[in-house]
Design a protein around this ligand. Structure first.
Ligand SMILES: Cc1ncc(C[n+]2csc(CCOP(=O)(O)OP(=O)(O)O)c2C)c(N)n1
Ligand SMILES: [Mg+2]
Length: 713
């Protein structure tokens, strides 16, 4: 069962903690404004004039109280969807909230993209709220970590906008969200690095219909965390203004003074159903619903003002009347605003200023090959990271085993790890542990922190050790990273590069070291997906990924990391290949094979045999970039050869080939002289047995058979 909450006095002669009566009245104003706005929106929802409503009633006191300790525009906020009073207390207006409710184009938080209460305000350093609960914690940690790293490196500090030594991050959630694994991943890093971050847990004892004792062992999150190393844990009655104000001040001060993270467990009450789509009568007893009314923070604040003689009934009535009028006018005004035009539906997926598909990112013809040694893909990826880190101090590289050695004191005794594939080898030694470091073994931790760091002006280039283990980070990649720009109406962006060793052909790689599945990510709007097949292409494309402003999933094929056939000369420190620019790797006239990754070399080998044995002249295209696709080059080739095969390592069904074939059928049908064929992996996992692996993944012979069959058509 939930623990009993200490109830502070609510009758006269309370210690006002030095609070000025005017401040108390101001807080009351804000609480009431929020409540009235909720009520007004409930009416609008019933009239179908807005499309979603969720009330903050019961949470007002803790939010307006803690907000008073925050420095607007200096501290960073990751709010929760039930935090309207907080947003109002920071300076947002009821009208702005109503613009979001009516889905107006002018909605300053998202331009009509997000539901109401998904607050966003760059001027107030309020980072766009998303809907998946629990994702905000790690991003908050990343933003707090930005300050930690900026303080370590003067070079970085100069480049981080308006950084103040004592800025703090506050990240809010309900008690339900603390059951998400990412909460614990966030505590891990916050406490390990002693970051200036406050976790505000607003515990209303329900997550929709699920009560707190189902969420948390013992039903009390702060008790569970009481012994967490380096975490300052504080509790308050979040329905009581004075207690909230005092404890809110204490935790913020703790962080501001650099004493490490804090967690404020604020006991609140949810006075309504979870949202207008929920009916709490189906899971809350009538007694409980009556009892909770006695804890209504607005009534308690009113009683306080009256008991302390800070206002009388008439004054409070007049405040309520004025605020009602203000809300009603704001509502009428907001209803006049129109929704975004249909022609804007595709906007804000990517940066509109920096276009990595443009000529600005094309220095391919100005290749400055240096030296006479040919290098592997690992070497040229490492060289690109080195050059770029030299150029831009904001670049940080992190992940599992990415550093040479976390224990710096032994660096001169060991060669250093630098990644399980050595792509980051030597970078920590060269650029220091502030910029190249290991993370806990937690993939969401890596991507979530990267988002928070990018929001604070860093350029994170992170590594997920194997594509097979990217899934714990999928929520952060798909729902957070890829959506940030879109859902905030272009106000926020996180240009993170995620490098991922990928793919099979390892002889023994088995199910969990051979995975592909690029199409799962290519189907994520807002994310670039890149798959180079040569060392030089990897170098040029990684540079583009780092210099652009969009999130990039950079797939590095493990089997191609150290092949002789794809080695290349060092192409210089400004070599860039734009995204969406495929390459003809073998010109031909009879038939086109569109390939990517490990299938490029296999297709070249097949084409060679087809030419020598059967005189079939095959053109081969290396896509290099899976999202965006270069349909121009595909079109050029198909118009020339009239026959086309798509060859990839992803499983056949729903793979990237399905998309390309569909586009060819749609755009190039009249140019075709035969069916469009696919060569791909079987729809099954890759086995440990090399014989099964061979049977599962597409081989040279498979490509060759397809070439011969199509050529004979
Ligand atoms: C990852 C995720 N799972 C499920 C949901 C659906 N959902 C939205 S709110 C919510 C309950 C959250 O409860 P709590 O964190 O206690 O916040 P409260 O609503 O009580 O303020 C759930 C399950 C979601 N938004 N995100
Ligand atoms: Mg809750």
């Amino acid at each position: 069962m939930a623990t009993k909450i200490p109830q502070p006095e609510t009758t006269s002669a309370r210690d006002l903690h030095g609070l000025d009566p005017a401040e108390l009245l101001e807080m009351y104003h804000l609480m009431l404004t929020s409540r009235l706005l909720d009520e007004q929106e409930m009416r609008l929802k019933r009239q179908s004039k807005i499309f979603f409503q969720l009330s903050a009633a019961g949470h007002e006191a803790i939010q307006v109280a803690i907000a008073r300790h925050i420095r607007p525009g200096s501290d960073w906020l990751y709010l929760y969807y039930r935090d309207r009073p907080f947003a109002l207390a920071m300076g947002q207006s009821p009208f702005e909230h109503l613009l979001q409710a009516v889905a107006a184009e002018e909605d300053p938080a998202s331009g009509g993209r997000q539901m109401p209460y998904h607050f966003s305000d760059p001027a107030l350093r309020t980072v766009s709220v998303s809907s998946p609960v629990g994702t905000q914690y790690l991003q908050g940690v990343g933003t707090a970590e930005a300050g930690y790293r900026a303080k370590m490196e003067p070079e970085i500090r100069k480049l981080i906008e308006d950084f103040e030594d004592d800025e703090v991050v506050i990240v809010c959630s309900g008690e339900g969200a603390t059951s998400e694994g990412e909460f614990w991943e966030a505590l891990n890093t916050a406490c390990n690095l002693k970051l200036p971050i406050v976790f505000l847990i607003e515990d209303n004892e329900y997550a929709i219909s699920v009560p707190v004792e189902v969420q948390t062992p013992g039903g009390n999150i702060s008790r569970l965390l009481a012994e967490f190393p380096n975490l300052h844990v504080v509790r308050c009655d979040g329905t009581d203004l004075l207690d909230s104000w005092a404890k809110g001040g204490e935790v913020i001060e703790h962080c501001r003074k650099g004493r490490g993270p804090a967690l404020l467990h604020a006991h609140t009450v949810r006075l309504n159903s979870h949202s207008e789509s929920d009916d709490d009568r189906v899971y809350c007893s009538a007694i409980e619903r009556v009892e909770r009314e006695t804890r209504d923070p607005l009534l308690r604040a009113r009683t306080l003002l009256l008991d302390e003689g800070l206002a009388d009934e008439d004054e409070l009535e007049s405040i309520a009347a004025k605020l009602k009028e203000m809300v009603s006018q704001a509502s009428d005004r907001a209803l006049e605003y129109s929704q975004p035009g249909p022609e804007t539906a595709n906007r804000w997926l990517y940066s509109e200023e920096v276009d990595p598909t443009s000529d600005c990112f094309d220095t391919e013809n100005e290749l400055r090959e240096e030296g006479s040694d040919k290098h592997t893909m690992v070497d040229l990826l490492n060289a690109c990271l080195r050059d770029e880190m030299e150029r831009d101090p904001r670049i940080v590289c992190f992940g599992q085993d990415v550093a040479d050695a976390s224990r710096e004191e032994i660096l001169d005794q060991v060669p250093g790890k630098g990644g399980v594939f050595k792509v980051t080898h030597g970078l920590q030694r060269r650029f220091g542990s502030c910029r190249v470091f290991n993370t806990p073994l937690a993939e969401a931790n890596i991507v979530g922190r990267a988002i928070g760091l990018a929001i604070r002006g860093f350029k994170p280039v992170v590594e997920i050790q194997f594509f097979d283990y990217i899934w714990p980070a999928f929520q952060q990649i798909r729902n957070e990273l890829a959506t940030l720009r879109y859902r905030s109406g272009n106000d926020w962006a996180a240009p993170v590069v995620i490098r991922v060793p990928f793919g099979g052909y390892l002889k023994g790689g088995s199910l969990y070291h051979s995975q592909t599945g690029a199409s799962i990510f290519a189907q994520t709007p807002g994310l670039r997906v890149i798959l180079p097949s040569t060392a030089q292409d990897a170098n040029g494309l990684l540079r583009t990924a780092i210099r652009c402003e969009d999130p990039v999933l950079f797939l590095e094929h493990k089997h191609l990391y150290r092949q002789v056939h794809n080695k290349g000369l060092y192409p210089g420190d400004n070599f860039m290949i734009p995204f969406g620019k495929a390459k003809v790797v073998r010109p031909g006239s009879d038939l086109t094979v569109i390939a990517c990754g490990a299938l490029v070399k296999r297709s070249v080998d097949a084409a060679k045999i087809a030419w020598e044995r059967d005189g079939i002249d095959v053109e081969i295209i290396d896509l290099r970039s899976l999202s965006p696709l270069d349909m121009d080059l595909v079109g050029e080739s198909v118009r020339k050869t009239h026959k086309v095969i798509v060859a990839h390592e992803d499983a056949l069904s729903f793979g990237i080939g399905a998309e390309i074939v569909a586009r060819i059928a749609d755009q190039l049908f009249s140019w075709l002289d035969g069916p469009v064929k696919r060569v791909a992996a079987k729809d099954v996992w890759v086995a440990y047995s090399p014989q099964l692996e061979k049977a599962t993944l597409p081989q040279v012979d498979d490509v060759l058979s397809a070439i011969e069959e199509l050529s004979a058509y």
